[in-house]
Design a protein around this ligand. Structure first.
Ligand SMILES: CSC[C@H]1O[C@H](OP(=O)(O)O)[C@H](O)[C@@H]1O
Length: 363
């Protein structure tokens, strides 16, 4: 078993085909942007941070093989390819944020007369490669902040029972994960009694991917059907829910995997703290509320078939939104690499958080 979704070294990129997990662990070579777009769009690679990292690395692979006499030719190619990669999936903001950052960076290199075309190419590729380590570092910070926030709500030494949804671990990021990183930190601190996680129909990120990660790491956990969540919170005294995010609006409304909203409603009813775990690159201050977030709808075959076996009657009509939006009023805290914030604090912190994002080593 491996938990490395992304393998990158010296201009060579491979990704784990997550459509085949858990039955088969197979890596796909990514030779350029077209390959990157396809594996993201088909969800062979998925997860908001992983989408941005694989998309940008596919560009790094492609331009590393080319020679640019003119800086402007390199800048034009980078801008066009990044805008193309954004189109692979619309809801997660991380690819758009990374593209905006990289376009700003390459424009600054283009405008710096002391930088040659070759140096511009090398520094641009290095900036993308830095995304891998930064994501892992951010995830470990998110994990520590999130575990501390959850443990602050219980008595000293008490072990906690948490619920998570979808897959937000090493298979959704460069490694370690966001919400699942919080679970890993609770387990490392010997404070996790059990992690309940949903199967997450129809792609089954929970049953196929989160189960794969938690079994691999020998973390105490229990798989539940999506329909079990309300009964679980009624009977199992869940201490906290922690989920990931694809796009957090400026007011804290959060787009995440379909089913997150109903879990938040049930958590509110049972007075269970509900946390969103996400890096700052998932916060979109250009979107005021969740009403403005585009929700991706996926092909209905993803509902009517499992492993190419039909489970729904031919001719059936389906609705398959891949995400929903949880209103900020249902969210206790947003766990980032800079700390845990109430949704209402995001807008007041916007300048600080924006400055931090801008201070990133160019990503
Ligand atoms: C670490 S955030 C992962 C985020 O992305 C997932 O969506 P998908 O599997 O469709 O890419 C889900 O919403 C997770 O919370």
């Amino acid at each position: 078993m491996t938990l490395q979704a992304i393998k990158y070294e010296n201009g060579t990129l491979e990704v784990l085909d997550q459509l085949l997990l858990p039955k088969e662990s197979k890596y796909i070579p990514i030779l350029g942007v077209e390959d990157g777009w396809k594996v993201i769009n088909k969800m062979q690679v998925r997860g908001a941070p992983a989408i941005a990292i694989v998309g940008c690395l596919s560009l790094a692979v492609e331009i590393s093989k080319e020679e640019f006499e003119k800086k402007k030719a390199l800048r034009r190619e980078v801008e066009g390819k990044l805008n193309y990669l954004i189109s692979a999936r619309p809801t997660a903001v991380n690819m758009k944020q990374a593209a905006d950052h990289l376009i700003s960076y390459i424009n600054s290199l283009d405008n710096d007369e002391s930088v040659s075309a070759q140096e511009m190419q090398a520094r641009f590729v290095a900036a993308i490669e830095a995304m891998l380590e930064k994501d892992i570092s951010d995830n470990r910070s998110i994990g520590e902040f999130g575990a501390k926030a959850i443990l602050n709500n219980v008595t000293d030494g008490e072990q906690v029972r948490v619920l998570t949804h979808c897959n937000t671990g090493s298979l959704a990021t460069a490694y370690f994960g966001t919400a699942l990183g919080v679970v890993r930190c609770l387990h490392s601190a010997s404070r996790l009694e059990n992690c309940y996680f949903t199967e997450t129909r129809p792609y089954n990120q929970g049953a196929r991917l989160t189960a794969y990660e938690l079994v691999h790491d020998k973390i105490p956990s229990t798989l539940v059907c999506d329909s079990t969540v309300a009964y679980l919170m009624k009977t199992a005294q869940i201490n906290a829910v922690v989920v990931g995010a694809d796009r957090v609006a400026a007011n804290g409304d959060t787009a995440n995997k379909i089913g997150t909203y109903q879990i938040a409603v049930v958590a509110k009813h049972h007075e269970v703290p509900f946390y969103v775990a996400a890096p700052l690159t998932s916060i979109d201050f250009n979107v005021n509320t969740g009403d403005n977030i585009v929700i991706e709808e996926r092909p209905q075959v993803e509902m009517t078939h499992i492993n190419n076996i039909r489970i729904a009657s031919p001719g059936v009509t389906c609705w398959n939104p891949a995400f929903d939006v949880t209103p900020a009023r249902l969210i206790t805290g947003i766990i980032t690499e800079k700390g845990v914030f109430r949704p209402s604090e995001l807008s007041t912190l916007q300048s600080q958080l924006q400055d931090h994002k801008n201070s990133l080593p160019q990503l």
